[in-house]
Design a protein around this ligand. Sequence first.
Ligand code: HEC
Ligand code: HEC
Ligand code: HEC
Length: 426
Amino acid sequence: MGMRSELRHRASGIGFLAAALTCGLAVVGVARAAEAPLLLDGPASASPWKRYGNSPWPQTSFAKYNTLNATNSPPAPAAGTPRKLAAAIAGDPKKGKDLAFDRARGGGCLTCHIMGPDTQSLPGNAGPDLSLISTFGRTDEWLFNYVYDARVYNPDSYMPPWGAHGIFNDEEISDIVAFLKTLKAPKEFTGALEDPAKRPAPVETRDNFDPLVNPAVWELEKGEALYKKAGAGGKACATCHADPKAAFKTWAATMPKIEPRLKKPLSVEEFVYRHAAATTGDKFPMQSDENLQLAVYLRYLANGQPIHVDPNSPGAREAIARAEVLMERRIGQLDFSCNDCHTAKKAANKWVRGQLLGEFRGQISQLPRWRTRDSQVWDLRKRFQWCNVAIRADELPPDAAEYADIEYRLSVLNNGIPLKVPGIGH
Ligand code: HEC
Ligand code: HEC
Ligand code: HEC
């Protein structure tokens, strides 16, 4: 909101005059770099956006639940109003165990909990060890409600509301509770790798610039070739920028930036679309192959430069403030915020199954990067989309203003870390 009204203000003649008066004569005579031509109209990614149809993307719609730009989830229960049980729980512990261990149903409880001697390989520890839960003196009502919707006891809980969000019905939750009530012995782990308390953090030692090791280097080479290739209008990038190594030595490390001509922060990828469309005449929508290739190449040119995104430029504070709200917002059927998984006061630095959750600082300097797990190169927006879809929230199109704000804030949080693109990792 703040940025929008400020943009209107800046665009008006009065705003311009006021700015000129406050700046005084100091700027007179200082040559200002020309503005980069941009196609300002229309979306910068495929529109309407359609989710990827290939693995690992699920094809289900999660429209019943919150997204980063819509409020659809059922409201959270009022704290201290647990559902009353008509009778003691009489579920089937065997069925309950199968449900608790079932990865297909929201990832299963082992994503975050150790659950006794039968715990399968690679449990996580984002939640407490429940191996001795039957000895904690919990009532059936407590256990039922904790699984149904933990927010009734703990509004800050980041355990998904399994019942309230329709992942398990009452009967299934009763079975799970019956299983919990059988848990009274610890898990003996066979080695440090199995025990999330001792499991070593993954260390990436592969050479990300060796094309035999990192296939993303091919994207870099294609990007360099594309830069020199004449576009639809007859000109290449190289026609106007003959020495990209010198011209763009720091540029990508300063992106995204607040672009007064657009009502949102402008990322490298969105710039590539809007600038190419306005200069070479090529249309390279965000997340198209060509867009990714040029984005990898432009970031590569700034490798070694510390990320340097201005938190105080006009409009930046507003973008950051909007991002702070978005990143606290619980979305999807599993009802997580970005902060739930990526801040140390919640689950960051803990394991969800075999994956260690990272904090926001340290996450973006190697993007786009090769993902060994999917044999694909993903840029940051594709990662945002996956962090939505993986928790059963509908993703937004890559050019969404919400993602632009989040990318801006993430970049500021990563200031000072040198770019190293294209990266590689699992
Ligand atoms: C994303 C991680 C996550 C997943 C997945 C998860 N939990 Fe939890 N669970 C937690 C956390 C964290 C707590 C600790 C308190 C809190 O934040 O609510 C917790 C607490 C609990 C408790 C309360 C323990 C007590 O001390 O009374 C129960 C019971 C429980 N979980 C059961 C389950 C069951 C059953 C499943 C699978 C259906 C499950 N959890 C899946 C994170 C998770
Ligand atoms: C017709 C000439 C022309 C073509 C073709 C062209 N550009 Fe530009 N570009 C400009 C002008 C003018 C600017 C603004 C002045 C400057 O920064 O050099 C600019 C600026 C830039 C900037 C700096 C942007 C900023 O934020 O200030 C980058 C990066 C860039 N161009 C990359 C490219 C790439 C990649 C291509 C090919 C897709 C391309 N340009 C094609 C004219 C062109
Ligand atoms: C349920 C947990 C969860 C939630 C919620 C979540 N993420 Fe993630 N995210 C992950 C996991 C797992 C990874 C891979 C391990 C890591 O790098 O932390 C990851 C990785 C990332 C990365 C690093 C990408 C890379 O390739 O190295 C970024 C950036 C990121 N997430 C941003 C976000 C943002 C922004 C949100 C909110 C819109 C979000 N995440 C929500 C689980 C989550």
